[in-house]
Design a protein around this ligand. Sequence first.
Ligand SMILES: [Zn+2]
Length: 324
Amino acid sequence: MRGCSEISVWTACLLVTLLGCDEPAPRVSAEAELQVASSTTAQTATVAAEAGPKRPTDPFYANLHHLKVSIRSSLEASVVAGTNATLGPALTQVAKRVLVWWIDPNRDLYPGDELELVYSTPNGVEPAVHAIWFRSEKLGRSFEAVHFVPSGALHPRWFDPEGREIELRLKDGPIREYEQITSILKDGRGHKGVDFKAPTGTPVYAPFDGRVERKNWSLRGNGLALDLAELRSGRRALLLHLSAIVKGLRPGSRVKKGQLIAYSGNTGRSTAPHLHYQLQRSLHGKVIDPFDFHRTWRARLPDSEMPALRERLIKYSKLRESVT
Ligand SMILES: [Zn+2]
């Protein structure tokens, strides 16, 4: 018998991974008139490359677009109004992966909040966002983040202007190298796990001392998967969409915290390579937020990287100035 927990795991995972999935119900009135900031018209984002009077001519800016919206309805509706119905939902999803570290998008968005993005559309599928500025009315403060590749790093990551990473990291989490966290429990989607976008074949480690309870129990949805039980508490950790499981691991096998147990992948109901990590109190027990269970920390750029980060931020900021 397939338990509903497994079904909901992959259904939610699919929803989160797909672009343009439903935007959660907005907190601000849907009837409120949607206004796009006066400095930005519905065409601005798409014609920005045609150069306003002050737009920089450096080739660096050739494929970059700037969008500034004032939130009057839902976040997605505001972004759609500033771009179009095709690009808007995808751009919203990408921007929200950063916003969720600052606010609860379902509760903290207020009329008058301002969102600014510098973005490009490199492959026509998923837009790339390079810098984000967000002004929260509720919190009375502004946030700023830039997508930056530290020297020697495989992937860009999001940093604030002081070089602190925007995303929290899990101490003793199941994956160390990943591109981005694309879903957290607090992002309001009802998804039960944390999704780590990572290339297929990225090592996955045991998050605690435990025992393998199940392996590949619902292949169609979960793909290759492991279900671990923590020895002392009985807590369960589900690791889904794996590309491979370390040879010899089977139900009953003991694992030590930090032990290599598998490799991330894109198996089962998954539309992009990622690791789904889900914690529960027991087999059918309450879902636990990994960011509550694990100790967390924030990485910080070394001083040697700061000039490059600041230079990048200044470059993107010039695009803001050129359309205001
Ligand atoms: Zn997931």
